[in-house]
Every structure is written in C-alpha cells, then in structure tokens.
Write a protein that binds this ligand. Structure first.
Ligand SMILES: Nc1ncnc2c1ncn2[C@@H]1O[C@H](COP(=O)(O)OP(=O)(O)OP(=O)(O)O)[C@@H](O)[C@H]1O
Length: 461
C-alpha cells in the first residue's frame, strides 16, 4: 500500500566503519518515490560508500536501510529493486551494444521477442536507436555512458543509482548529458540517486540535494534552499562562490562586519554574539563611490566570466568578491551596498579549539596525544584523574612546513577564506581536528607540523 509520498528509501542511523576509519557517521535520509536526489560532497566524504550500501555492494556497520518499506540489509545486490551506473562505463568490451543491454535480461531467461522490445525501448530512451549492433569500443565516452544507462534501466529498477556517471566526459558532453539525464528522469518516472562532487551539476539536476562532509550529512534541501540558506559555512563555501566573513550580531537585525554595522533580517542570535556572515557575490551592488555606499573599496582585479564580470574589491583589509554585468577596472574606487535580505547569518559552530585534556602536573597538560607546557594551574582545584578542558584560540596555533618541527603532525583538510584570513581545518594524526586562523597560504592536503605555544593554552577546570 504505497502512496506517492511514501519514502522509497529510508536510511536510518547508518554508520560504516573501515577498521578505525568512520566513512559514514549516523546517516539519516529518506528518499521519496520518483525524486531526483543528489548526494554532493568533496572527495572522501563518504558519498560512494552510502550509494554502495543502498546498492548492496557493502553492508552497514550499524543502522538499517529500507527499500519500499522492506528491510534489505541482508538482501544481495541483484535481489534489490535498484540498478547502478558507475563512473567508468563498465561495459563488456567483447559484446556489442545490444548484447550489453540484453545481458541481464538473458540471465533472467526472458523470451527473445520481449527482450528485443525492451532493449529497443531502452536504446530509444537514451537516444541511441540504430546503435544496437555497434561494437562498444567504437563509441565515444558519452555514447558508452548512454549504453551503460540503457543497460541499467532495461531492468526497470525502482531506483537508479548513479555514481558520478558523467565525471569521465568532457565539459560540453557533460552539459548535454545532464540535460538528457533530467529528461530521462522525467520520462521514466523512477527514483534517481545521483552522486557527484560537482555542485553545479547538483544544482542543475536535483529535486533534493544532500550535502555531505566527513561522513556526515550537513544539509538536506532543494537546490534553492541550499543555495540561498546554507546551514553553515562549509555548505556556503561548497555551494557556489561566497564571501564568508566573521561578524558580530550586535542585536536582532543588526550585524557588524568589515568594520561597518548593517541592517539584516535575522533574529534570535543574542547580543554581541560572534557569527559567520555569508554574502553571495551577485548580491553585492557595486557602483562609482557615492554617499549611498555602505562599504568603500578599491577594485583589485576584474575578470570576464562569460556573462558577468567578477571583481575583487579591497574594503579596508577585507577582500570581497563581487559579480556584476558592468566592469569596474582594477584601481577604481567603488562603493558597495548589500540589502538586508541578502545578508545570511550563521551560528558559529565554535569560536575556539576545545580539547579534552589531562593535567600531568601544575605546568604540564596532555591533549592531542602530546604533552604541552601550560601556564601554572592550581592543582587543588583539579579532579583526581586530572581531567580538564583546554581552549586554544584559532590564531594561536602555529603551522610549520616541516612536519618534524611540530609538536604533532597533521594534514590540511579544508580551507575557508574569510576575506582577510584563512580558516583551516587540520586533521591531526591523533585523529582530532585542529582549527587554525592564518594569513599564510596552505593547500588542501599539505602535511604540516602543528605547534601550540604555552601562552596559547587556557586550562578550563
Ligand atoms: N574499502 C575501504 N576500505 C577502507 N577505507 C575505505 C574503503 N572504502 C572507502 N574508504 C574510506 O572511506 C572514506 C569515504 O570514501 P568514499 O569513497 O565513500 O568517499 P567519496 O565521497 O565517494 O569520495 P570520492 O569522490 O573520492 O570517491 C574515505 O576516507 C575512504 O578512504
């Protein structure tokens, strides 16, 4: 008794561990029948693992997956009402197009006439009529991928899983295939779950986007929701270009950033609270400097992006990215204006590093797997087991090029530019994140030494 609004796929509290590594961390997701859902996130965030669990190629370490209301944790892949299309077309090179598509039907021992009808219908669906006797090796990448999709849909699955199916194609072909996929989804009326790291692709194709990072779901919403109301600075940065700045919510509807106080529409953050402020480049009005300007600045660079110009404007010590149909050349003095509605305020996830720690003696504390010197602590106030918390401001952590120079080591994992500095997430080899504010330029994946000076350590008893 399935109605149209019923979830066809339900992922309940699913985690997946590979040894010590948590690839998925308590995932909850519900996909409606006929929906086009895209799982979007950077490399290594767990997208493919989630898809593989739904497909049945891997099993969840914890939690439960239901398809059409049935618990399928123990059901093998070929018995699930799903089919998968992979990035690499994975066609059988020794079979022609027809036999590639008919492969699954032959296994099911389908009568020949019926099989032919289905293969032809699938070929028509992917725009490859008349290609049935072609050798698959003679086809272009895009055509091979169409055959792979035809091979998946010929089985009439309830759900089609697509793992970066367009990633191997060139830009033009990818754009064409995106449109075709959307059209195919409409015609077939089945549920699509699509994995990509390409945010533009996700915004173009999906009814719903699931943004993932580090094995966790960050936000689920329509493309418009995700674009206009990103839930945190990770999503804002990942979906399209944004200006992300540190700000202070002065009171309801008043926020301060870039040394100026602005009217906004957000309430309920409290008074004088640190917040993240997100402004899309297209929401900044740029004009020759005048009294109307909320911010004044000088254009640093101006490049043509095909439809609009993208300019970097230095306002005091903050760089703002602005998009406009008019070009303002580098060196021009300009004014900027932002409408209250276009200022997006986000609660900060944290305002400093906080670590679980243990006092060793009155001037030494252990956290992140290392022993650190710290300002003197009155040990009579510390619990017997030495447990305390340590706080370290983001801009007090020192990163070193040479791993050996650090007290501990780690890898730069996520870089957020905040207009006048970088906010880095460094994954320490102790498996804990260290957050760092710096003016130095680091790259994603850089190996670094991490040092925390004595004066930077605040022991909280
Ligand atoms: N079989 C495995 N054994 C050990 N670790 C694994 C295995 N499969 C995935 N992982 C790890 O789990 C994490 C998530 O991997 P997954 O392939 O799901 O990410 P992804 O978001 O699809 O990335 P990409 O876009 O690069 O494919 C990664 O850190 C990966 O190294």
């Amino acid at each position: 008794m399935q109605n149209e609004n019923m979830s066809i796929i339900e992922v309940k509290d699913v985690s997946k561990f590979f040894g010590e590594k948590t690839a998925l961390d308590h995932i909850n997701l519900s996909v409606k029948k006929g929906e086009f859902v895209t799982i979007l996130g950077p490399s290594g965030c767990g997208k493919t693992t989630l898809l593989r669990l739904i497909a049945g190629f891997q099993t969840a370490s914890e939690g439960e997956i239901r398809i059409s209301g049935k618990e399928i944790t123990q059901t093998p892949p070929h018995k699930r009402p799903v089919n998968t299309v992979f990035q690499k077309y994975a066609l059988f090179p020794h079979l022609n197009v027809y036999d590639n598509i008919a492969f699954g039907l032959k296994l099911k021992k389908m009568p020949k006439a019926e099989m032919e009808k289905k293969v032809k219908a699938a070929l028509k669906m992917v725009g490859m009529t008349d290609y049935e006797y072609r050798d698959v090796n003679s086809l272009s990448g895009g055509q091979q991928q169409r055959v792979a999709i035809a091979r998946a849909i010929v089985n009439e699955p309830e759900v089609l899983l697509l793992d970066e199916p367009l990633a191997a194609l060139d830009l033009k072909m990818r754009k064409d295939m995106q449109m075709e996929l959307k059209e195919m989804h409409r015609r077939l009326g089945i549920t699509f779950i699509y994995v990509t790291h390409d945010q533009e692709e996700a915004l173009t194709l999906s009814d719903t986007i699931v943004v993932m990072s580090e094995g966790k779901i960050q936000q689920i919403g329509t493309p418009t929701d995700i674009y206009n109301e990103p839930i945190n600075s990770f999503v804002a940065d990942f979906i399209g270009e944004s200006n992300i700045l540190n700000g202070t919510m002065v009171k309801d509807c008043r926020v301060r950033f870039c040394n100026h106080e602005f009217e906004c529409v957000d309430k309920g953050f409290g008074e004088n609270m640190p917040v993240d402020v997100v402004i899309r480049p297209e929401d900044l009005y740029i004009f020759p400097v005048s009294d109307m300007a909320q911010l004044r600045g000088v254009v640093q660079s101006c490049i043509f992006k095909g439809v609009h110009y993208e300019m970097v404007v230095l306002c005091g010590d903050y760089e703002m990215v602005v998009q406009d149909y008019h070009a303002f050349e580098a060196g021009t003095e300009v004014g900027l204006l932002i409408k209250p509605f276009d200022i997006h305020i986000m609660k900060k996830e944290r305002t400093c590093n906080t670590f679980e720690a243990r006092m060793i003696d009155e001037t030494h504390v252990e956290f992140l797997g290392c022993e650190f010197e710290c300002p003197t602590v009155d040990m009579s106030r510390v619990q017997e087991n030495g447990a305390v918390k340590v706080e370290v401001d983001f801009d007090q952590v020192v990163l070193q090029d040479n791993e050996e120079d650090g007290m501990l080591t780690g890898e730069v994992k996520f870089i957020l530019y905040k207009g006048n500095h970088y906010h880095l997430t460094v994954f320490s080899d102790w498996d804990e994140n260290v957050f760092v504010d710096t003016n130095d330029v680091w790259d994603d994946g850089d190996r670094v030494g991490i040092t925390i000076p004595k004066e930077a350590i605040r022991v909280i008893i």
